[in-house]
Design a protein around this ligand. Structure first.
Ligand code: GLA
Length: 728
């Protein structure tokens, strides 16, 4: 059993294959965190870990624990509350009818569930009854009558632990949630580097690493959406943690709105990490009988470095979060019209694209922005999801029939959450655009955000989408979202409940995505948000792939893809070969092969030589599909650490194949280059498909692969080496 309970010590022990997570109900009914780390065979002695540091007289003594040295302020806690003696960042803060925000949770009961319950209205990991076990602990705040249900799920065969919290008002008066985080992790030291992903448009998911310091630190979004600025992921890496060795804790939040990952290092040098909905701009009214579900957080412990942590996330998200049938189904090789045509296309041009693409081995054509209303630029028509028959003469059905007749599938672009003031929808419903009373509407890319908290708005957009999708053979949708929310307010809630807006917006988006993916489960959905501005686990639940960046320059992409890979599997990373001139088409393809792979260029502008290259790449896409989509990723040389070159490899789960890629970013000063491969079986022999040479796995990993060049030309900027190894 992955979860055990010792009634004598009142310790819960949660075991994955390689880690143990332990917590205890203490004498005062507080839920105390004991341990998270390398797997422990027993819980013997764990209870001694429930105190951290010397009590000092400034820390309030709890009236509920008969021990003068116990204070909530120094105890490691599972779900700390505000106002009852713990002065660090709280996970929960509830303001009751009395007007104060003192919150104090005590143990009431617990139960073990088979499998994994879903979270109401929220994306979450899933498992069948025999694939996971869930511990539900009920805690109660006696004054407000608020009950907190903390959920911990351990999955058979995965290193992840999923945590969430449900809050129920069983009292007689309303309460206000002022913060309701999903998970807290109290660690007994501050010897960690914080590793997280920052960025901006065209430079998403750049990894950064820096030591923790005393005090508060963290990352967040207040944009209404995830944003490119920070990703809802963080790793706490021990001092000796490298790519391949050492301890790392990964925290990832399955959420697509205002999030926070907060860290506080206290006066004793202990670290508290919390993640959940950002409390800034959040205030939720909970009437008696109502409940609130906080999104799910996923924790991963690794003692095989950041690489081990990433591989654990990849496997877990691929198998236990991406619910689309396309997560594990071979996806068609696609070409997208955006960088090839922007708004300048008609049916003839698209059919021509499909014809040329077919000759190159491409299987699906995506008609990007510009097919609806009078959308001939980005100033108008968002919200008017009717086909523009002046552009697509004969209508969409006729276009798709012609494309399908060539043996090419068809996909389409939507931006369902947005509205241009210059649109029929806006003229009919100006109040559907998000705006605070009395304020002007700030535009962004000439558009406003639709009030997705409203059911009537969602119904309208769903119906418009349904009408088009149900009448046409659409097999792929790109769901875009190109602005963030300002003047946040909704007419659907009274003034005192406007603090619910942001979370209700996200719930509205999830509802619409759920309706579309449920109505059309056969459709391959790709998310996008001005590139990778909503690259988060919440979106992965609905769409197995997310466009990683509008920046398709392969050298720039290396940083973006290396960063995203800290948490997200290659199978989710939208990556295309574009007409970017910085490198030749081979390097562009080598980098795009890391992700979902596809094209974003005008096939008529390719030279004959490039066309031959594309045909070979299409074959490589199929050949290496399983390896790059389901294989284990090893990051070898990081572009954030080495300015000259970077390399990575995929190894099949049975270690029978590997694909190694090296990109030279700037001609390095050293000509002699050896790449030490990883993840292979040391005892097996591997053949380099190119040269026919055979090496043992041990030699490739310990002595390395000699990639030194005899001529400087072979080390030119932007060139690449791709090697496929097969075990004999
Ligand atoms: C965003 C996306 C692009 C493209 C355009 C269309 O910027 O990131 O890929 O779809 O919108 O307007």
């Amino acid at each position: 059993m992955p979860i055990s309970y010792n009634p004598e010590t009142r310790i819960f022990k949660l075991d994955t294959e390689n880690s143990t997570y332990a917590l205890q109900i203490n004498q005062g009914g507080y839920l105390v965190h004991l341990y998270y780390g390398k797997k422990l065979p027993t819980d013997q002695g764990l209870e001694r870990l429930s105190f951290r540091g010397v009590y000092d007289s400034l820390s309030p003594q709890s009236p509920y624990v008969d021990d003068p040295y116990f204070s909530l302020d120094i105890a490691p806690l599972e779900y700390p509350c505000g106002g009852a003696g713990d002065m660090r960042i709280a996970a929960l803060s509830v303001r009751g009818e009395e007007g104060n925000a003192v919150t104090d949770l005590h143990y009431e009961s617990h139960r073990l569930l088979k499998g994994k319950p879903g979270l109401l209205g929220l994306p979450a990991s899933f498992a069948q009854e025999d694939e996971a076990e869930t511990l539900e602990i009920q805690l109660v705040d006696k004054v407000t009558g608020l009950h907190a249900y903390l959920l911990y799920t351990v999955f058979v065969g995965y290193e992840a632990i999923a945590r969430s919290a449900r809050l129920e008002n069983k009292g007689e008066s309303p309460a206000w949630l002022e913060r309701a985080y999903s998970a807290c992790l109290d660690l007994p030291s501050m010897d960690f580097d914080c590793v997280h992903l920052h960025g901006r448009w065209a430079k998403e998911n750049t990894a950064t690493r820096h030591p923790l310091h005393h005090g508060q630190q963290g990352i967040q979004s207040k944009r209404g959406m995830t944003g490119p600025n920070h990703n809802p992921f963080m790793a706490l890496a021990g001092p000796a943690c490298t790519e391949d060795a050492g301890e790392a804790y990964g925290l990832s939040l399955i959420y697509s709105g205002n999030f926070a990952i907060d860290i506080e290092v206290d006066e004793r040098g202990c670290t508290r990490a919390l993640t959940g909905i950002n409390p800034a701009e959040f205030r939720w009214h909970l009437a008696p009988g109502e409940s609130f579900t906080a999104p799910e957080a996923v924790l991963v412990y690794s003692d095989t470095g950041l690489g081990g942590m990433s591989r654990a996330f990849h496997k877990f998200y691929l198998d236990r979060l991406m619910r689309s049938q396309w997560a594990k189904k071979k996806r068609p090789l696609l070409i997208n019209s955006w960088e090839a045509a922007y708004f300048d296309f008609d049916d003839e041009k698209l059919v021509d694209f499909a014809r040329a693409a077919k000759d190159l081995g491409i299987e699906l054509l995506v008609m990007d922005d510009g097919w609806f209303g009078d959308r001939h630029d980005d100033f108008r028509a968002l919200g008017d999801w009717q086909v523009n028959e002046q552009k697509l003469k004969g209508g969409l059905k006729s276009l798709i029939d012609r494309v399908n007749a060539l043996g090419v599938k068809f996909g389409i672009w939507y931006e369902p959450e947005m509205i241009n003031p210059d649109s029929g929808l806006y003229r009919a419903h100006p109040d559907w655009a998000v705006c605070a009373p009395g304020r002007g509407k700030s535009l962004s890319r000439h558009q406003c955000v639709l009030d997705m908290t409203r059911e009537d708005v969602r119904d309208n957009i769903f119906q418009q989408m349904y009408d088009v999708i149900s009448q046409n053979n659409i097999e792929y949708i790109k769901w875009d979202c190109n602005r963030h929310i300002s003047e946040a307010a909704t007419l659907s809630l009274p003034p005192q409940r406007q603090g619910e807006f942001f979370h209700r917006y996200v719930l509205g988006v999830y509802d619409l995505m759920d309706r579309i993916t449920t109505a059309f489960p056969h459709i391959l959905l790709e998310n996008c948000s001005s590139g990778g501005a909503r690259f988060d686990p919440g979106m992965l639940y609905y769409s197995p792939q997310i466009w990683a960046s509008d920046n398709t320059d392969p050298i720039e992409r290396l940083t973006i893809q290396f960063g995203a890979s800290l948490c997200y599997p290659a199978a989710s990373l939208g990556a295309h070969v574009s007409a970017c001139p910085r490198t030749d088409i081979h390097t562009r393809a080598a980098v795009a092969l890391w992700g979902t792979f596809g094209y974003e260029l005008d096939p008529y502008k390719l030279t004959e030589e490039e066309k031959e290259a594309v045909k070979a790449q299409a074959a490589a896409y199929h050949k290496y599909y399983d390896l790059t989509h389901y294989g284990d990723l090893y990051r070898l040389t990081l572009p954030t650490e080495n300015p000259f070159l970077c390399d990575w490899m995929f190894v099949s789960p049975d270690k029978s194949q590997a694909l190694y890629t090296r990109v030279i970013m700037r001609r390095p000063g050293v000509v002699y280059q050896v790449a030490k491969l990883r993840g292979l079986d040391p005892d097996r022999l591997y053949r380099d498909e190119d040269s026919g040479e055979v090496y043992s796995g041990a030699i490739l990993m310990h002595a390395g692969l000699d990639l030194s060049a005899k001529r400087w030309e072979d080390l030119a900027d932007g060139t690449c080496v791709v090697k496929h190894f097969t075990a004999l």
